[in-house]
Design a protein around this ligand. Structure first.
Ligand SMILES: [Zn+2]
Length: 244
């Protein structure tokens, strides 16, 4: 017995480690792991997306003028019949921590949760945006922190191999994780450079002044990922709050 695993890289083709892993799995297949590039046209054009962000475009619309709306229908169809479906992303230019985004309406099996523990995931973020994981049971967005494509690809390959083919992979339960609720992905140009200090880690509660600048005054909120280097758009962050 084995698990059939669907691995999507390239929902955001600019997240290079995710697409590299999908490519690598095509070149060097692992039994029972089926890789795919979720947004091939954006990748061809060297973009994050063509018309709209694919990550929030599900279930899609096959008659839409927008490419990602049409593509979402295909990706969803090609995600059926698997035991686990992974929408792989990566945080490649900032501090962060491996974490998974899930939708509680579809749920995750003890084996899928066990896989997450083997790659160091301690935090689960409940989202309500319209990703694959909102529509397919046992699917999740995996945000990996990458610091070198080669070693990251090998590490993820062996974890996927265990998920698909190793029956002794330990299972895990929901209580083995800390839970957060996703609040938003602000692009904030009003947070000055240097505000996010080097001692601030992913999932730490943000100091009040940063939370306020990010648009969440008087709330206990955290970053799950962010860019260190302010660009022309300012800071970008994924904001969540602990579920207690
Ligand atoms: Zn992404």
């Amino acid at each position: 017995m084995s698990e059939h695993v669907r691995l999507w890289g390239g929902t955001h083709p600019d997240e290079k480690a995710a697409t590299a892993l999908a490519d690598d799995l095509k070149a060097r297949p692992i039994p029972n792991v089926i890789p795919g590039i979720a947004n091939p046209l954006a990748r061809e054009q060297g973009k994050r997306y063509v018309d709209i962000n694919l990550a929030g475009s599900f279930p899609g619309d096959s008659s839409s003028k927008k490419y990602e709306q049409r593509r979402a229908v295909q990706v969803l169809a090609e995600s059926q019949g698997f035991d686990v479906v992974i929408d792989l992303h990566n945080i490649n230019s900032g501090r962060g921590e491996n974490h998974a985004c899930i939708d509680t309406s579809t749920g995750l099996s003890p084996r899928a949760l066990g896989f997450l523990r083997t790659i160091g995931v301690r935090h689960l973020v409940v989202t309500d945006y319209a990703g694959i994981h909102k529509f397919v049971p046992n699917s999740f967005v995996l945000e990996t922190l990458t610091n070198g494509l080669g070693s990251d690809v090998e590490r993820l390959r062996s974890a996927l191999d265990r998920l698909a083919n190793d029956l002794s992979l330990p299972t895990a339960n929901e209580e083995d994780f800390s839970w957060y609720r996703h609040l938003g992905s602000p692009h904030v140009s009003t947070v000055p450079p240097g505000t996010v200090t080097p001692d601030l880690n992913a999932f730490d509660v943000l100091p009040g002044e940063i939370a306020t600048m990010m648009g969440y005054p008087d709330r206990q909120v955290c970053f799950s990922g962010w860019l260190d280097e302010p660009n022309e758009k300012g800071y970008w962050g994924e904001i969540c709050e602990p579920i207690v």
